[in-house]
Write a protein that binds this ligand. Sequence first.
Ligand code: IDP
Ligand code: MG
Length: 137
Amino acid sequence: MDRTLSILKPDAVKLDLTGRINTYIENSGLKIIAQKMLSLTEKQAASFYHIHQERPFFIELVKFMTSGPVIVQVLFGKDAVSKYRAIMGDTDPKQAAKGTIRGDLASDISENRVHGSDSIDNANKEIAFFFAEYQLL
Ligand code: IDP
Ligand code: MG
């Protein structure tokens, strides 16, 4: 069993998609063991996404992630990291399979509804980040 860090991004909150997204998560067998609505500061968003700081979309990404409240979650279960990546679907919703969160509920690569950790190591780092900033767990 392991844990992964999920963020329902500002677009998901704005469009009232959080209940539907949680249904995808719960139907996959993953447990939502922590969940908190919060607003990221620019500093927090930039720090969270620091691995992308050289990418051309970095400024746009930080602006988007601070454009409204998000819901940060910790998901728990067997192979939680890879299972959540699978039900999220491809980063680009146009490439994402039907039946996935992004395939069904998103259309734009920059506003793709959800974040999920991409490795167990990064999941632990991301959970620790939100614990330190917000006592999420
Ligand atoms: P991931 O969210 O599937 O792990 P990453 O490559 O880690 O994808 O990118 C982080 C986030 O940056 C994406 O979810 C998306 O919001 C944004 N992003 C990635 N690629 C692009 C792009 O080409 N244009 C605009 N935004 C992008
Ligand atoms: Mg990523």
